[in-house]
Design a binder for this molecule. Sequence first.
Ligand code: BTN
Length: 242
Amino acid sequence: MGREIIYLPETASTQIVAMEMARKGAGDGTVIITERQTDGHGRLKRLWVSPQGNIYMSFILRPSQTEISRLIMAASLAISFAIQDTTGIMTELKWPNDILINGKKVCGMLVENDIRDGQVNFSVVGLGINVNADMQDYPELKDIATSLINHTGKPVSREKLILSFLHEFERLYLDLNEHGKCVFEMWKKRLITLGKEVDVTSGKDIYSGIVETVASDGSLKIRLADGNLVHIVAGDVSLRHA
Ligand code: BTN
């Protein structure tokens, strides 16, 4: 992981660069990293505010079909471990792929897969970690986002955080085939979404209920007020009593 690191002082979006490079055949584990993005985007095409001081990186991966559903779990755990290792801060995981500190988002993850004839050709995992930019400076984000410096009060070494993340991610990613179940159990343990009352937006539908369980492929099972159980593979969760 990270054998080939492409550093760009500034770019529109590391995700766009990585998707383009992956299509042209860039190898498994290539990382694109930048200081700031002018067109950073998140899930559902939302803007990802990308000022100087944070970490923006995208990984080109060529996972097997069995590894793919657990990629998010491995990457989320690796971030959580790396943040704890570098700053001592404990994070929470919110389904499907947000990392929070005290209920506010410190890291977002975007996974885009290129599937050909039912096979995964490549996946690009994009990570935005709010490190040293003061997220309180952004009125539209200050209630929902945070950064590490907002908790430590002093700058956090991005180099240390990236190295720790690469180490953890490689370890967990390489383990996915053999010990995928173990990665799933660790991820599930840190998931704050379980047992909570939630509203889930999935496509055009909104489901309200209690998260009963999470399946080993990462999908959620929600018990609705009428007693029915719905199975959500992709969506956006908001906790009722965060
Ligand atoms: C989300 O929470 O919606 C996902 C945010 C992902 C942001 C990262 S920053 C690096 C990469 N480049 C992008 O344009 N997006 C991802």
